[in-house]
Design a protein around this ligand. Structure first.
Ligand code: XCC
Ligand code: SF4
Length: 621
């Protein structure tokens, strides 16, 4: 058991699942083993019905598919399709939020007033939209229309790319990878990877980069910016996390998925006096709404809502036997949940027309009558409280406090209004550099271990860590998001954290909020008059598994930031593709990927990279 996770709550629930005879992701992984070697290398293709084909990268079997596609073509096509899927996911999420702003501005979504007018106006100005003598509704309407236009823009390039330094834009323009329209890039990926279109691995990967950039500087950034406008820009906030946040005497509702549209409203719905009274009537002392995965990050950043756990804990939350409803929207929701829930009393409630789950109850959510639907969902959970079977309940006591909510605006205000204190700390070497640690969990690797060991090594070496997604949740569970964690940091970083009263690991939000990290990187580069690739920065996804992570890694590298992957991507079947990603890209976009499964060695790579960049900037390494 202990080889599966470093997290005590997780280990306890793994034992309970075994006793309760519930099968989990780890069991299903064991049933898959050995996993397909061709798949692991990325050399199988099902893109047409002359196949499926697989080529043998070792030269013993066929070296081409029926159409003549080589390992290079097949591996690159598969990678590009993964990027397209990841970019589409983030971007469609962004579209959803932008559509909500549009509906709100049109007066059709009364439960979604603009919460951050300052940010609305700032974004309007960035887009050249007039703000003087206009109501916030008028501004919101034009902002929403402009942002929605980015999905199919005919203007030649996305507007948010204007945030990057000129040097970066020139690199993209020269390579022809400046993203045009968000949807257009995804569509072009699907077109190019159809049989008999783009067969050149270099050309394919360049399109993959352009698509990923349309996510990082398009769909994801839209999701972040518009969420801030609608739900409020996060500010430092405290709360607690891990499965111990579930309450034995309350109705427990877990919100799992990604879009704040549902979760933000549901947090408010659960405070309605009638619903609290209904809960009391059922014998519960209250209604406890908790988050999970990225929608959890969204509401913890804005409301300090307790966070039940990260990706590999979704099934385990149900195994506690104490969850009345697991309410899900989109992305990273295991289709196994209804099956796990069948062993307990938990209701799995799906809400998005895009994401249905056999065995789950579907309560369609839409922005036009949001509060009404949210109350209906909470009531369903409350009514389910009497079905709880006390003999099946076991909530692990493990929980940890966190401080989260470090939006760009919050970081600036912690710094006293300007980036200077941070720049000075970097120049003096008190902070050597910054590493963004992001991404998922993956049952092929010990849960949370790589995240924590990697981050601990970095802070010891005076590297400030910014984290999002399930990586940030992992950090939360081990106390790394508390200002006190600075005591484990190197002297320089510790002093900075103590002076600013911030943790050495800044929780910057959900996965779409990696756009916040990119915005900070661009702002630092602009302030220093250099390119992003000149900065002492790195990115890492120590336990990634999703296609979204592939898109993220690719836009981070394409933006000029060295990125370390902790789980091996399926590209090793093509030496050329692997070589391009891990070395050739340096001369093209000024950054590469590295793959390192050992988190301590990975931290060493990051630190060495940062030292190299410092030296090149004329700073003490
Ligand atoms: Fe999903 Fe965003 Fe990965 Fe977590 S980190 S498993 S993508 S929830 Ni984005
Ligand atoms: Fe095989 Fe080519 Fe068809 Fe892929 S596109 S399945 S390699 S014939």
């Amino acid at each position: 058991m202990s080889e599966k996770s470093i997290d005590q709550a997780t280990l306890k629930m793994l034992s309970k699942a075994k006793a309760d005879n519930v099968s989990l992701a780890w069991d299903r992984l064991a049933a898959q083993e050995p996993q397909c070697g061709f798949g692991q290398l990325g050399v199988c293709c099902r893109n047409c019905n002359m196949g499926p084909c697989r080529v043998d990268p070792f030269g013993d079997g066929p070296s081409e598919g029926v159409c003549g596609a080589t390992a290079d073509t097949i591996v690159a096509r598969n990678l590009v399709r993964a990027i397209a899927a990841g970019a589409a996911s983030h971007s469609d999420h962004g579209r959803g939020i932008a559509s909500t702003l549009y509906a709100s501005a049109k007066g059709h979504a009364p439960d979604y007033p603009v919460k951050d007018e300052v940010k609305l106006k700032a974004l309007a100005k960035e887009f050249g939209i007039a703000v003087e003598d206009r109501t916030s509704q008028e501004i919101a309407l034009e902002v929403a229309e402009t942002v929605l236009d980015e999905f199919g823009t005919r203007k030649g390039s996305l507007q948010f790319v204007n945030r990057v330094p000129l040097k970066r834009k020139e690199i993209w323009d020269k390579l022809g990878i400046t993203p045009r329209g968000i949807d257009r890039e995804v569509v072009e990926c699907m077109h190019r990877t159809h049989i008999g279109v783009d067969n050149d691995y270099v050309s394919l990967i360049l399109q993959g980069m352009r698509t990923a950039l349309s996510d990082g500087w398009g769909g994801s950034i839209v999701a972040t910016e518009i969420s801030d406008i609608l739900f409020g820009t996060p500010q430092p906030i405290k709360g607690s996390c891990n499965l111990g946040v579930l309450q034995a005497d309350q109705v427990n509702i877990i919100l799992h998925g990604h879009e704040p549209t549902l979760s933000d409203i549901l947090v408010h719905a659960a405070r309605a006096p009638e619903l609290l009274a209904a809960a009391k009537e059922k014998g519960a002392s209250g209604i406890n709404v908790c988050g999970m995965c990225c929608t959890g990050n969204e509401i913890l950043m804005r409301h300090g809502v307790p966070l039940a756990g990260n990706f590999l804990q979704q099934e385990l939350a149900i195994v506690t036997g104490a969850v009345e409803a697991m309410v899900v929207d989109i992305q990273c929701i295991m289709p196994s949940l209804p099956q796990v829930a069948a062993c307990y009393h938990t209701k799995v409630i799906s809400t998005s027309p895009k994401a249905k789950f056999p065995g789950a109850e579907h309560i369609p959510f839409d922005e036009h009558n949001a509060m009404e639907v949210a109350e209906k969902i909470v009531l369903a959970a409350v009514e389910n409280f009497s079905n709880r079977r006390p003999e099946r309940v076991n909530i692990p006591s493990d929980r940890m406090d966190y401080m989260a909510g470090f939006s760009v605006e919050a970081i600036l205000s912690a710094l006293g209004g300007s980036l200077d204190p941070l720049l000075n700390a970097i120049k003096s070497g008190a902070i050597k550099g910054i590493v963004g640690v992001v991404g998922c969990n993956n049952p092929k690797y010990k849960h949370d271990q790589s995240h924590i060991n990697f981050v601990n090594e970095l802070i010891k070496n005076n590297v400030l860590v910014v984290a999002t997604g399930c990586a940030a949740i992992a950090c939360g569970k081990y106390g790394l998001l508390l200002p006190e964690a600075a005591k484990n940091a190197g002297d320089g970083l510790r002093a900075v954290c103590e002076a600013l009263k911030i943790p050495p690991v800044l929780h910057m939000g959900s996965c779409v909020d990696i756009s916040r990290i990119m915005t900070v990187a661009a702002a630092i580069a602009n302030a220093l008059g250099v390119d992003i690739s000149d900065l002492p920065l790195a990115g890492a996804a120590p336990e990634w598994m999703s296609e979204k992570a592939v898109s993220i890694g690719t836009y981070v590298v394409s933006s000029g930031i060295f990125t370390i992957l902790g789980t091996v991507p399926p590209v090793l079947g093509s030496k050329n593709v692997a070589e391009l990603l891990t070395s050739g890209a340096e001369g093209v976009v000024g950054a590469v990927f590295a793959v390192e499964e050992d988190p301590v060695a990975a931290a060493d790579l990051a630190v060495k990279h940062i030292e190299k960049k410092r030296l090149a900037l004329g700073l003490e390494p």
